[in-house]
Ligand binder design. Structure first.
Ligand SMILES: *Cc1c(COP(=O)(O)O)cnc(C)c1O
Length: 491
């Protein structure tokens, strides 16, 4: 169904509207229950979502833009920043900012470093040094803020960057070095201490992207039976900033992340102030202007409610489940886990030529599980990504997942891999993404299995196979066309 029925002049009654919203949700993946193993995080704790919604409702109309008009916002954000700093190696000097999400935290880290490099080191053609596995948000930051992204390959077996490779890529123009704790694609922690040391030796800032894993790992290491974890937080010498999302393993509603910085002086480089206009002078710590205090309020309520003990217990459960899952997947014929996951994210590759991970994803989706396809890139083959959350951490759920996965693998084996027409592959390699005409784009999307309507097919493996066969720049040209066909004001 579509929401496109024009609003009635008189307006519908609330019951009808909520029913329409519920109907829209019918085609979505479930956000609770743990079977959607990307995008969503379910603590499985009853009442938490209701608490968050009630807290949000109380603050929804409060504007976080002006903390002098709404001092409650300062109190909420300071509490959250303090909690993150205490968990992740901060000191009395640590400063922080509540943001709308991991992407905004990463953007602000890069912007802060660019300004710091410009004003303290005179760097006017700044670079940001990124392991191949760094999150796309940092490439977005480089594109938006005019830095050159310098990519460093990672070890093809461990998927970690090496400090020696980072040291070799550092220049007088490097404004920031990024490491992941852990990386999204493979769930492994880069050698934070070693990389931060070589960066600091050159006077370069170092950001730890702990967006996905920071809240989880910070609590896990508090457990009496915690696994050995390498140091990864602000306490590591040379680490100047760290991002940690609350809307991932903090299990808060979406729109909640924290950027921690070593001190308020560094944080100040990323802020924006403007008084030269006839309106009220503006000071922005984030990229947004008007912003709802409902988000920090909901995050605050969930963080206070689950508490350190609660998060530690959730982390232990997730850790145990991830271990069971990794061992279980290792025992499934035809599959292997890439690298050695340090956290709760697992990348699964196929171990035999006739088995296509994307076909496995299609098959298991029909059984009610969503595993996220990750196309091959650099030294990483095509994989399926699994984010393990507390809701799937029960022994029974892991067993059910392994059973569904085993069955999906044998069906995928029978079906065979998605194949890409060699002529299409050759055409893709030869085409210039910047010179494509609208007609050529229509033809390309048709060949990829996507009609001009933009409707996505039930089976994604053939589409993903085509995407994977294209050079990334061509994919970057075509994907927005696909998505652009979904978003349009006309009927
Ligand atoms: C999720 C994630 C981000 C970006 O965060 P969003 O909340 O999706 O904007 C950045 N880095 C890593 C490692 C992530 O997993």
């Amino acid at each position: 169904m579509s929401a496109s029925a024009a609003p009635r002049a008189a307006g519908d009654d609330p019951g009808t509207l909520l029913a329409r919203l519920d109907a829209l949700r019918a085609a979505d993946l479930p956000v609770r229950g743990g079977r959607t193993m990307a995008y969503v995080y379910d603590s499985g704790l009853p009442g938490t979502e209701e608490l968050a919604t009630a807290a949000y409702a109380r603050f929804a109309g409060v504007n976080g833009l002006d903390m002098t008009a709404f001092p409650s916002v300062v109190a909420l954000e300071n509490d959250l920043v303090r909690a993150a700093a205490r968990l992740l190696g901060g000191t009395e000097a640590t400063a922080g900012t509540f943001t709308s999400g991991g992407t905004e935290s990463c953007l602000l880290a890069v912007l802060t470093a660019r300004e710091h490099a410009r004003r303290t080191r005179g760097v006017d053609a700044p670079e940001v040094l990124l392991p191949e596995t760094a999150h796309a948000a940092f490439h977005k930051a480089a594109a938006l803020f005019g830095l050159r992204a310098v990519t460093v390959p990672v070890d093809p077996a461990t998927f970690r960057v090496s400090a020696a490779d980072v040291a070799a890529a550092l220049t007088d123009r490097t404004a920031l070095v990024v490491v992941s704790a852990p990386s999204y694609a493979h769930g492994v922690i880069d050698p934070v201490a070693e990389v931060a040391a070589v960066s600091a030796a050159r006077g370069v800032l170092c950001h730890v992207d702990a967006c996905i894993g920071g809240w989880y790992l910070g609590h896990l290491r508090r457990a009496p039976d915690a696994p050995e974890l390498p140091p990864f937080d602000l306490s590591v010498p040379g680490v100047s900033s760290l991002s940690v999302d609350l809307h991932k393993y903090g299990y808060t509603p979406k729109g909640a992340s924290i950027l921690l910085l070593r001190d308020a002086e560094l944080r100040r480089y990323g802020w924006f102030a403007h008084a030269a206009w006839p309106g009220c002078p503006v000071v922005n710590a984030t990229l947004q202007g008007t912003k709802s205090a409902g988000l920090p309020a909901a995050a605050w309520a969930v963080v206070e409610h689950i508490g350190t003990e609660g998060y530690t217990e959730l982390a232990r459960r997730v850790h145990r489940a991830t271990g069971d899952l990794v061992r279980g997947i290792g025992a499934v014929d035809g599959l292997r886990v890439l690298g050695s996951p340090d956290a709760s994210l697992v990348a699964v590759a196929a171990d035999e030529p006739g088995l296509d991970p994307f076909v496995v994803a299609d098959e298991i989706r029909q059984a009610g599980w969503y595993l996220q396809p990750q196309p091959a890139y650099g030294s990483s083959p095509a994989t399926l990504h699994l984010t393990v959350t507390a809701a799937v951490a029960g022994e029974e759920s892991v067993a059910a997942l392994l059973e569904a996965l085993t069955a999906a693998v044998s069906r995928a084996r029978e079906r065979g891999p998605a194949v890409v027409d060699p002529a299409l592959r050759a055409a893709a390699a030869a085409s210039d993404p910047d010179a494509l005409t609208p007609e050529e784009i229509d033809v390309a999307l048709g060949l990829a299995g996507i009609g001009t309507s933009g409707a996505l097919p039930d089976r994604m493996a053939p589409v993903l196979a085509v995407l994977q066969a294209m050079p990334p720049r061509l994919t970057e040209r075509l994907l927005p066309e696909v998505i652009g066909r979904l978003y349009r004001a006309g009927e």
